[in-house]
Design a protein around this ligand. Structure first.
Ligand SMILES: [Zn+2]
Ligand SMILES: [Zn+2]
Length: 290
């Protein structure tokens, strides 16, 4: 079992290594083949090369930084008080009937004053059998991470991490900076891409790098744009990907409208922070949930 888990852990890094390799190759194709060999050596357009390189490195830095933060931000697991103590667990597990188990969980929730407003589709308490814990609102158990994750959005293999409360802002910024990076590369490479087909490209040896760089930038740019739009919409309406597929059920007498604060601005601030100045930077994280 341990060997299998270790094997799965190693396999989980393959998509991250793939993305890193594509970024490294795009760096070589853009900086060396396009800027140095084509613009500077072959065409002697030095000012254009400096302009290209300057903005390229700004977009690259933001893109890599947001990716790094999404991958390496530690998961936020549920607070200790949501876990059942050994006596509570014994009481819960010694009960055979589901209705009685639900009642026990309700009592524990009342005694500990846990701020839980959502229920299962059957009306019972949301309980994780793997973690032995009452699930806070918006929390879900990730079978890959084998933990309950606060405000879980989804498990993303491309970042080998769960996207949730701790790193959702970083994930959306990663998509946004990926779009900027791809758009910048595609637009600046476009004149050389046209030259390639008209036979006027001066850097003969590196022409295929430039050709594929354009295709890769357009392809990744389109796919990340779609995802970026989708997650911006989810942020504005205060929904996670999981909630967009399966709406949460609230206990009776609790407000409707999901977790939305009622306005796009307030929903957006919950993820991106109160200060507009920091919205596009990888700081000022979301407000405390539980
Ligand atoms: Zn769990
Ligand atoms: Zn996960």
């Amino acid at each position: 079992m341990g060997a299998l888990q270790n094997c799965m852990r190693v396999v989980g890094w393959i998509p991250v290594i793939f993305i890193s390799a594509v970024i490294a190759w795009s760096y070589y194709a853009y900086v060396v083949e396009l800027c140095i060999f084509t613009l500077a050596k072959a065409d002697q357009r030095y000012a254009q090369m400096v302009f290209y390189l300057l903005f390229y490195h700004v977009f690259l830095a933001m893109f890599c930084w947001s990716y790094w933060q999404t991958v390496f931000t530690p998961l936020r697991v549920i607070p200790e008080r949501f876990f059942l103590s050994s006596s509570e667990l014994h009481r819960f597990e010694s009960e055979d009937r589901t209705e009685n188990q639900v009642e026990i969980l309700r009592e524990i929730c009342r005694e500990k004053r846990l701020p839980v407003f959502t229920r299962t589709y059957g009306g019972g308490m949301r309980f994780c059998n793997s973690c032995k814990a009452i699930k806070p609102d918006r929390c879900h158990h990730c079978s890959v991470c084998n933990k309950c994750i606060l405000k879980m959005d989804h498990h993303c293999p491309w970042v080998n991490n769960c996207v949730g409360y701790a790193n959702y802002k970083f994930f959306v910024l990663f998509l946004l900076y990926a779009v900027f990076y791809c758009m910048y590369v595609a637009l600046t490479v476009l004149p050389f891409f046209i030259q390639f087909w008209s036979g006027g490209l001066s850097n003969e040896s590196g022409r295929f790098h430039i050709l594929f760089l354009f295709f890769a930038a357009v392809m990744f740019g389109i796919s990340t744009s779609v995802l970026c739009c989708m997650h911006t919409h989810l942020s504005l309406t205060n929904r996670s990907t999981l909630e967009s597929f399966r709406a949460p059920v609230f206990r009776p007498m609790v407000q409707t409208g999901g977790f939305s604060h009622g306005s796009f601005g307030d929903n957006f601030k919950e993820v991106f922070g109160d200060k507009k100045l920091y919205w596009l930077f990888l700081c000022s994280q979301a407000k405390v949930m539980v």
